[in-house]
Write a protein that binds this ligand. Structure first.
Ligand code: MG
Length: 256
């Protein structure tokens, strides 16, 4: 069931989104070769708590295997749900960061992919195309249109470069919970509801340089490309109004 949000609730989600993007602005300069991903996660968790929020990703999933961190940090062939660890970021890595904040019961969700140091041309292109996929997906999110327009915009663009768009994982409704209805696919499939005022969704293309097929790693969380190719991931939380669509999370700006 899709839970539409009223203006006041969207104000709350927007505040959560602005906090998340503000945290990312300070985090981005720390994502450099040599840093352990667990250090980035600890830093983010501390920042979020000091700002009065709660890390929305920490503890999600089953009781038996809850997600143990505040950020998902996925490197190279890891698509999403990478678990922060003592692994050091290396020069040339493609590093995807995904996080969310619960601020007074309102949830935000945003992801981006950083090029650590000097990356190969293939990685740079994949990252640029994935970012553009997100932009085109948001451009297709309009009141009155059908949801799968987003998937057509995302996959249509990525396919022209021969990249594989992940279809087994999707964007989603967000705001009261981290994952709500509707599912927001990046490749057209499944339910195709009409988008209406008060719909708040996370659009999040995950694009592979090779096959779109993915697998789950033995840790039960990390999604990896089946053919070991590279993957990039960009996400915004957006709100749909009758006359406009607002991106609630801020644009990521790389300062290096
Ligand atoms: Mg998401």
């Amino acid at each position: 069931m899709i839970r539409l949000k009223n203006e006041k609730q969207i104000d709350g989600i927007r505040a959560s989104c602005k906090m998340l993007s503000a945290m990312y602005r300070e985090l981005i300069p720390l994502i450099t070769p040599g840093v352990e991903t667990i250090e980035l996660d600890k830093w983010a968790q501390s920042w979020i708590r000091k700002a009065g929020g709660k890390p929305a990703f920490l503890g999600v999933g089953s009781k038996k295997n809850p997600f143990p961190a505040s950020l998902c940090i996925s490197i190279n062939n890891e698509v999403i749900h990478g678990i922060p660890s003592r692994r050091k970021i290396a020069d040339g890595d493609l590093v995807s960061i995904d996080g969310g904040i619960n601020l007074g019961g309102f949830i935000s969700d945003q992801a981006f992919t950083v090029e650590a140091g000097k990356v190969k041309e293939e990685a740079r292109k994949l990252n640029a195309v994935t970012r553009e996929c997100l932009k085109r997906g948001i451009g297709a999110a309009r009141a009155g249109d059908r949801l799968l327009q987003i998937a057509r915009a995302v996959s249509g663009y990525a396919n022209t470069f021969g990249f594989g768009v992940v279809y087994q994982y999707c964007g989603h409704g967000v705001g009261f919970d981290l994952h709500e209805d509707p599912s927001v696919p990046n490749v057209p499939h499944g339910p195709n509801p009409r988008m209406t005022t008060g719909l708040v969704i996370a659009i999040e293309p995950m694009v592979n340089s090779g096959s779109p097929a993915v697998e789950v790693a033995p840790n039960g969380w990390t999604v990896i490309t089946a053919d070991d190719s590279l993957s990039a991931h960009w996400e915004h939380t957006i709100a749909i109004f009758g006359d406009r669509t607002e991106t609630l999370t801020d644009e990521i700006v790389f300062t290096f």
